[in-house]
Ligand binder design. Structure first.
Ligand code: SAM
Ligand code: GLN
Length: 299
């Protein structure tokens, strides 16, 4: 069957879509309209600027309206397109996993710079270097560390089997399946039978850290992400404290724990590491917005 005659141009479709999203108070309405149209047309976003007069087929137009309806329910764009960029790598995502956040790149960059401080020359901390990512979700942290630290072996854990399926798919997508071992279970518990005592160079995690109060005021988009990926107990600190405690027996002598923390949690996490658990070297790293975002606890 011949392609139906185009009914509307990309430019006009975008204008109307951005208007609808704006009216519904959706933040970044224009950007979302563009990303979703590019998704439906199977092109990059820049294509839309170069070809504003491109006519949508009837089928494309219908599919565009359908994804706009999804976005109007406040479903995040990444769940609609099924992908999100993190550390310049593309990750598959679905509603079983947290959508990787730009602030988590601060955590990953900090870890990478510590295990390969001379940009290529590796510090011989442990042989082979093993790094664990606790609560891997989409695998964003595990896969990007394996990608950028070429001689690292990575262990990735999650309590959710559905999340681990997504993480495994992302490891395969970047040809890193052979360097990442996925284990299902509670925090570091699945490491117990792996013979890893004093073998880990780093234990990295972006754990669920929203407090009960923070959970009550998340955006409608965040409310559609898995609660089990977000809620960190009354004050949001349960997982951070537990990881610091459980990690110690696994670290090599120069090893460290690297945790992403909520905007007001760095001090509590840093002092728990120092005072309660006796970590000797504790540092706090700020993100690009100047917020204390990462706590590093070394032996
Ligand atoms: N690492 C991913 C990232 O940074 O984008 C996802 C982080 S998400 C904030 C936290 C993850 O921890 C979720 O995938 C959740 O399933 C997992 N999780 C929650 N409770 C857990 C537990 N007790 N043990 C292991 N993982 C857990
Ligand atoms: N940064 C996420 C948010 O504010 C929370 C992620 C987490 O709990 N680790 O929605």
């Amino acid at each position: 069957m011949a392609e139906p005659i185009g009914i509307v141009t990309a430019k006009d479709a975008l204008l109307a879509a951005a208007g609808r999203l704006r009216e519904a108070d959706i933040p970044s309405a224009r950007l979302d309209a563009e990303v979703l149209l590019a998704h439906v047309l199977g092109v990059r976003r820049e294509y839309l600027y170069a070809h504003p007069e491109r006519r949508l087929s009837f089928n494309e137009y219908e599919r565009y309206q359908a994804v706009l309806e999804q976005r109007l329910t406040r479903l995040p764009v990444a769940y609609i397109t099924g992908k999100k960029e993190f550390m310049s790598l593309e990750f598959t995502v679905d509603q079983h996993v947290l959508i990787p956040r730009p602030e988590t790149e601060v955590l990953v960059e900090e870890v990478i710079s510590r295990v390969r401080p001379c940009g290529g020359a590796f510090l011989p901390l442990a042989n082979p270097m093993i790094i664990a990512d606790i609560g891997t979700g989409s695998g964003a942290i595990a896969v990007s560390i394996a990608w950028f630290v070429e001689d690292a072996q990575v262990i990735a854990t999650d309590i959710s089997g559905d999340a681990l399926d997504v993480a495994r798919a992302n490891a395969r997508k970047h040809n890193l399946g052979h360097r990442i071992k996925f284990l299902q279970g509670d925090l570091l518990a699945p490491l117990a039978d792996e013979g890893l005592e004093h073998r880990l160079t780093a234990v990295v995690s972006n754990p669920p850290y929203l407090s009960r109060r923070a959970m009550a005021s998340v955006t409608p988009e965040v409310a559609l992400e898995p609660k089990s990926a977000l809620f960190g107990g009354e004050a949001g600190l349960d997982f951070s404290f537990a990881i610091l405690e459980q990690a110690r027996p696994y670290l090599v002598p120069d090893g460290f724990v690297a945790l992403e923390v909520g905007y007001d949690q760095a001090e509590a996490v840093a002092s728990f590491a120092k005072e309660e658990l006796g970590y000797g070297k504790v540092e706090v790293i700020r993100d690009l917005a100047g917020i204390e975002r990462v706590v590093i606890a070394g032996q």
